[in-house]
Design a protein around this ligand. Structure first.
Ligand SMILES: [Zn+2]
Length: 107
């Protein structure tokens, strides 16, 4: 019984608190106030996130390429729209006023 009483206080006199900076679990020595253990929540995730970071980078690169392709398609569509507008405008100009639209030199 005596041995158990001596071991209990050493194991239970640690204070568990949350780090105000990063929210990590802190194990504090109540006598000195020193941080005995700083269990960061980010550390274990960083090891896993390396793979996740690689996957995220790959996805970001794919997304960037898709965006570039979409922008190219949009530019193509815009150029087509501009050409169609010019054609429609020229057609209407020809219908409304054919003489000024055609250069005299060709005749
Ligand atoms: Zn911290």
């Amino acid at each position: 019984m005596g041995v158990e009483k001596e071991l209990e206080p050493q194991e239970t006199t640690k204070i568990a608190a949350a780090c105000p900076d990063c929210g990590a679990k802190l194990t504090i020595d109540p006598k000195t106030g020193a941080v005995l253990w700083h269990e960061s929540k980010q550390a274990p995730k960083e090891n896993r996130s390396i793979k996740e970071m690689m996957a995220d980078l790959a996805q970001k690169q794919k997304d960037a390429q898709e965006r570039v392709e979409r922008e190219k398609e949009v530019l193509k569509d815009q150029s087509r729209i501009l050409e169609e507008r010019v054609k429609e405008a020229l057609k209407r100009v020809d219908k409304d006023a054919p003489p000024p639209a055609r250069p005299i030199d060709l005749d």
